[in-house]
Design a protein around this ligand. Structure first.
Ligand code: HEM
Length: 220
């Protein structure tokens, strides 16, 4: 093994980057980022709150994409990183859920403080129809990721629930960025990055699925 490989392995094996400590670090670093960003915005105006909503989603999206692609990545390219990601997928997913709580907080601030503004300037039925159930699914996934709850469910139901939820969340996010690009107003580089990343993680998942099917057929 090369020196650089064992160095990467020792970093990925560190206690802080695995399991609950990884989740606590994620929550802590997210909180610092959000709290540091607050003074740069005027939260007495709805536009300032919208900026916070946008910022809190942007620091959250990579977690969902990582959880979505973890097993496919390991199947196609087993290496230190994909093994680490698969091992910690649950904590990455919980990091996503914890981070989305910030977005929910700012959404509630907008609703409570500026309902009229929300209804006139922001509300859009088709996007809320996708986004609002998203929180229920995040809650369902988080609760059922705990072993005590998981043990009470059949393996089939648990897998189906997590499959549906993660696909829904991935779709809601990628679609949001698609609409932002299609809309063409105030398009930023990050909109392209997150849209392309969303499509890429799907292609990786699809490739893993297809290669598994081909291998199964060959073995029959
Ligand atoms: C009640 C539920 C929700 C409401 C009312 C809501 C509202 C909003 C608003 C107002 C913005 C635009 C901020 C701006 O650019 O000015 C936004 C952005 C966004 N939301 Fe939500 N949201 C909800 C739930 C969700 C959920 C569950 C997800 C994830 C699955 C999600 C993903 C996104 C994404 C990806 C963006 C784009 C952020 C960017 O521009 O980079 N939202 N949301």
């Amino acid at each position: 093994m090369k020196d650089s490989d064992s160095y990467i392995m020792s970093i990925l094996n560190s206690r802080h980057l695995n399991g609950w400590p990884f989740l606590y670090w994620t929550i802590g670093i997210n909180a610092i980022a959000v709290l540091a960003y607050i003074p740069t915005q005027d939260l007495s105006k709805p536009t300032g709150i919208l900026e916070m909503i946008q910022m809190t989603v942007r620091i959250t999206v990579p977690f969902l994409y990582m959880a979505f692609v973890a097993s496919a990545l390991y199947q196609l390219w087993p290496n230190f990183f994909s093994r680490w990601l698969l091992k910690n997928r649950r904590y990455v997913g919980l990091g996503f859920a914890a981070s989305m709580a910030w977005q929910l907080l700012f959404i509630l601030m907008l609703w409570v403080g500026y309902w009229d503004y929300y209804m006139q300037e922001v509300y859009n039925f088709s996007s809320i129809a996708f986004e609002a159930p998203g929180y229920l699914l995040i809650f369902a996934m988080s609760i059922t990721s705990f072993i005590q709850v998981r043990k009470k469910m059949s393996k089939k139901v648990w897998r189906a629930l997590h499959w549906v939820c993660i696909y829904f969340l991935w779709f809601a996010i990628t679609l949001t960025y698609y609409y932002e690009l299609a809309d063409g107003r105030d398009v930023q580089i990050i909109d392209y990055v997150y849209f392309i990343a969303g499509v890429t993680v799907y292609i990786v998942r699809l490739s893993a699925y297809l290669s598994q099917r081909i291998a199964q057929r060959a073995n029959q």
